[in-house]
Design a protein around this ligand. Structure first.
Ligand SMILES: Nc1ncnc2c1ncn2[C@@H]1O[C@H](COP(=O)(O)OP(=O)(O)OP(=O)(O)O)[C@@H](O)[C@H]1O
Length: 667
């Protein structure tokens, strides 16, 4: 068709159209660079925290994947802006136009600030004199103080699996690439963390990331220095070479230089490390913060407390109820199985051969066990998907999961809170959207350095979660759905520790920053509630016993307090009565008369009465304790049958029941 336009006009038209088009594309790297907050890189301080997290979690995943007890060394070296400038060959410049800078103050503004500070100081002094608590004076506008950022070199070294030489550039320089997309309990999942650290370094310092790595038995170490082409989402390699590895070291060592803020996030970073050490007691962590101001340096070694590692989580297959149409299509593309029967049987959990046959029968006449799976039409896939949604399948088992274990949780609580009482509970595997999960909980009461009220510690796939506490399912459940009073625990006054660890093949984090688990998945919310309640029930028994023991002690103490007075009163009455008997004013029976004689002869003294009364109080106390134990006191404890078996086993026995145990005596 002839438009009647000349080639020049056509070209111009096309260029105009291109200019007018609003359609633009973004690469994943560009998207995350623009929205770095959703990956936990909200500001320089938080970015420092998240970078450390991502590197540490990669190191642990890596060491655990080869069943190696992890040793992780983390160093944060403060470089400072001036040192950084000289590192990149930028000469420091003196300020010329002071008024250009954000922290510039006019003489008037300075006078105003000084006057305000003097007023504040005066008020503080007055408050201090009247014994009132003092508030930190707020920094005046223009003074950066805690907000000051700096440049840090973050290094993380581990003894893990290492990476294949050729894979390194993509592992660190292509957003959404990784080895943890399978259905398996791992800390990492998205294929994003390490790349975000690199994107942040590119955005804040412009410096590349450095990786040194070697796999087990490999005679060379791979060294790679790279940054990322954000628009194209591909690695931009500066150096990628093999180096000598005489000591046959295996693991990875990552160095990245980023802007951060140690001052504002120091406590969160240390808190994270401490909690990581709590939930990973089989790992050794060496944490260092190095700066020019020697007194600010930090070195902490979190020693390994056990050599027993939880079993390595296993990769599992999809549960039919958890797959969507896209996933079914992908599984069909990837499967090596030829026909529908084999496909159903081998690519999913909980579909045995006979169940697969029944499912195929239910799909209709167009389907048969021998139907080539790759020939299925889109409609047929929809039919399969619909059936997967409606049919009944056994729940996936939790065998592929590796929970931290009640023992580790208890150890952690004792280490963190030094409580007076602690109870732990490990729930059986449960399921949400076809993914198995296990909730383990520890609840404690009392302890030193613990604040009153609820102290909540959350872990997901053995990662400590420190941000967004208020929106998390654990916090909400503990605050709103547990009636602490009914377990004799005071929610506001007692020092309560709540540790909850959830593991799953899929943790439904809100956002890629892995900061909290929402409160909207009813299966998880009810499992969390149940496991906290189970701990509370155990605690209630202990607390009731403690209260009873305390009351008993108190009763004894009160009774004992009266012994002296009561004894002297009785002794006085007896003496008076004895005198009346001597004066023949009154006559008593033989036994009483003898007792009165003894009083007069000082055989029965005040001390004798005191001693007898004290013995009586002890006796009554003992009888009451026995009575309590026989009538239900001990019955709240879990009972276990103990049997004394004869060498040659006979089944003829009598059974004796006591409140605490059962004895079987064989005849
Ligand atoms: N220290 C390490 N040792 C061995 N492999 C590593 C190490 N760090 C990263 N990797 C590899 O690089 C891949 C990408 O890491 P990255 O942190 O970007 O994502 P991820 O850990 O898979 O997922 P997430 O974004 O959820 O953390 C990992 O899947 C892992 O295979």
């Amino acid at each position: 068709m002839d438009s009647g336009e000349s080639p020049v006009e056509l070209k111009k038209g096309k260029a105009k159209k291109a200019k007018e088009s609003l359609l633009k594309q973004k690469s994943p790297a560009e998207f995350f660079a623009d929205n770095k907050n959703i990956a936990g890189f909200d500001n320089p301080g938080k970015s420092l925290y998240t970078t450390i997290r991502e590197l540490v979690e990669n190191s642990l995943d890596s060491a655990e994947s080869i069943s190696q007890l992890p040793v992780v060394e983390i160093t944060i070296e403060e470089i400072g802006k001036s040192k950084f400038n000289s590192m990149i060959g930028l000469i420091d410049r003196e300020r010329v136009d002071e008024a250009l800078y954000d922290d510039f103050e006019t003489i008037k503004a300075r006078e105003k600030r000084l006057a305000k500070e003097a007023r504040q100081q005066e008020m503080q002094l007055k408050k201090a004199a009247s014994g009132k608590t003092l508030k930190e004076p707020t920094a005046a506008k223009g003074m950066k103080g805690r907000g000051e950022t700096s440049i840090y070199k973050v290094s993380c070294k581990d003894n893990g699996r290492g990476m294949a030489h050729d894979d390194i550039p993509n592992m660190f320089g292509r957003v959404l690439s990784g080895t943890k997309y399978g259905l398996k309990q791992t800390r990492g999942k998205f294929g994003l963390g390490a790349k975000m650290a690199l994107i942040w370094s590119k955005m804040s310092t412009g410096l590349p990331i450095e990786i040194l790595s070697s796999t087990r038995g490999q005679k060379f170490k791979s060294f790679c220095r790279l940054d990322i082409d954000i628009q194209r989402n591909i690695p931009h390699i500066h150096v990628h070479e093999k180096r000598e590895n005489k000591e046959l070291w295996h693991g990875a060592e990552i160095h990245v230089v980023i802007e951060g803020n140690w001052t504002t996030h120091r406590s969160k970073i240390l808190h994270y490390m401490r909690q990581m050490a709590v939930i990973t007691p089989y790992a050794e962590f060496l944490f260092k913060f190095v700066t020019d101001a020697q007194d600010k340096n930090v070195t902490i070694k979190f020693a390994r407390r056990t050599d027993v590692m939880p079993p390595v989580p296993l990769e599992t297959k999809h549960h039919p109820s958890s797959v969507d149409l896209l996933l079914i299509k992908r599984l069909i593309e990837e499967t090596s199985k030829q026909n529908l029967l084999q496909f159903l049987q081998h690519e999913f959990v909980n579909i045995g051969k006979s169940y697969a046959e029944r499912l195929i029968g239910e799909m209709g006449p167009d389907f048969g066990p021998k139907t080539p799976v790759k020939s299925l039409t889109s409609q047929q896939l929809v039919r399969i998907h619909q059936l997967f949604r409606q049919a009944k399948f056994d729940d996936p088992s939790g065998d592929c999961l590796s929970p931290a274990g009640e023992y580790n949780l208890r150890l952690g609580i004792i280490k963190e809170l030094h409580p007076d009482l602690v109870a732990t509970y490990s729930g059986s595997p449960q399921v949400f959207e076809g993914h198995p999960f296990i909730v383990e909980t520890g609840v404690s009461v009392g302890g030193k350095d613990v604040k009153q009220g609820l102290n909540i510690f959350r872990f997901a796939n053995r990662i400590p979660l420190l941000f967004e506490q208020g929106a998390d399912v654990v916090t909400r459940t503990a605050m709103k759905r547990i009636n602490w009073n009914s377990y004799k625990i005071n929610q506001t006054q007692d020092k309560i520790g709540v540790f909850v660890s959830i593991v799953s093949t899929k943790i439904p984090f809100k956002g890629t920053g892995k900061e909290y688990i929402g409160d909207d998945i009813s299966e998880i919310a009810s499992a969390v509630k149940n496991s906290i309640k189970q701990c509370c029930l155990q605690l209630k028994t202990k607390i009731v016993k403690k209260i009873q023991a305390r009351e008993q002690l108190e009763r004894k103490r009160i009774l004992k307090r009266y012994i002296t007075d009561v004894s002297s009163a009785i002794h006085g009455v007896l003496k008076e009565t004895a005198r009346l008997q001597v004066a023949k004013k009154r006559r008593y029976g033989e036994e009483d008369a003898e007792m009165l004689d003894n009083v007069l002869a000082n055989v029965i003294k005040k001390a004798t009465l005191e001693e007898k009364l004290a013995q009586h109080v002890e006796q009554v106390d003992f009888e009451m304790a026995m009575d309590f134990a026989t009538h239900g006191g001990v019955s709240e404890e879990p009972r276990e049958a103990i049997f004394l078996l004869p060498l040659e086993s006979k089944s003829d026995f009598v059974q004796l029941h006591t409140p605490a145990f059962v004895i079987r005596i064989f005849q």
